[in-house]
Design a protein around this ligand. Structure first.
Ligand code: DX5
Ligand code: ZN
Length: 218
């Protein structure tokens, strides 16, 4: 099992100074940053495009964990890989060739990930588990930061973690939405290892203290 990894979400950072937000994360010694991409259709919000990721790339050594909330993610995989993404995650809900898209992400030299909305059962991604580097269980409905954690997602996390253990797989199990030190501990107990935090991280009065607090999540 992977050690717990705190992954700040730049959605809650300073959109006029994204490079500064990324630098804060890097200075705290955290290796990853989460970048939410929304198209206004799959999720009811608009955020960043490949141009934003490309502009950030020379300013940061962080692993760019790019979460595509798009109706047609397969059309944008190349663009985000070229822009400098290190990991690219795509949702299971839209209809497209999921296995093909996941293979394409790896062929482009990135880690791949499959994502489930709160309303999507664990079984939807079960056939793909042998072909992914990461499974992301959304713990809010995608669209906005600052929403309340969906505690009813804990059994889904546990179910996927159980399959991982039983099959000897080693994909990361990531959670995203309403994650703070308390909910991270609950998700950890269910088997998650990769914790996206937007408002709880960037809204913390002391980022160093928050990050040290996270280190207590075992
Ligand atoms: C939600 C995004 C999240 C968001 C989480 O649609 O996918 O990554 O940044 O924000 P918080 O941590 O504030 O719930
Ligand atoms: Zn996200």
């Amino acid at each position: 099992m992977h050690p717990p990894l705190l992954v700040p979400s730049i959605l809650a950072g300073n959109h006029a100074r994204l490079a500064d937000s990324a630098a804060l994360v890097e200075h705290l010694g955290l290796p990853w940053i989460h970048i939410d991409i929304m198209d206004g259709h799959f999720a009811p919000n608009l955020t960043f495009g490949p141009g934003t990721v490309a502009a950030l790339r020379p300013a940061s050594k962080l692993f760019f964990d790019v979460h595509l909330m798009l109706d047609e993610p397969h059309r944008y995989i190349e663009a985000f890989a070229r822009a400098g993404a290190n990991g690219i995650s795509v949702h299971i809900e839209p209809g497209y060739d999921h296995a093909g898209a996941l293979a394409r992400i790896r062929a482009l030299g990135c880690q791949n990930g499959i994502v489930l909305n709160p309303g999507t059962p664990a079984e939807a991604v079960e056939p793909l588990l042998g072909a992914v580097d990461l499974v992301l269980v959304m713990t809010v409905q995608p669209g906005f930061g600052g929403q309340a954690f969906r505690r009813d997602m804990l059994p889904k996390i546990a179910r996927i973690a159980g399959w991982r253990r039983d099959r000897g797989l080693d994909f990361r199990l990531e959670v995203d939405g309403g994650i703070d030190l308390g909910t991270a501990a609950e998700c950890r107990a269910a088997g998650a290892d990769t914790f996206v935090a937007g408002s709880a991280f960037f809204g913390a009065t002391d980022l160093g203290a928050f990050t040290r607090g996270f280190a207590q999540v075992k």
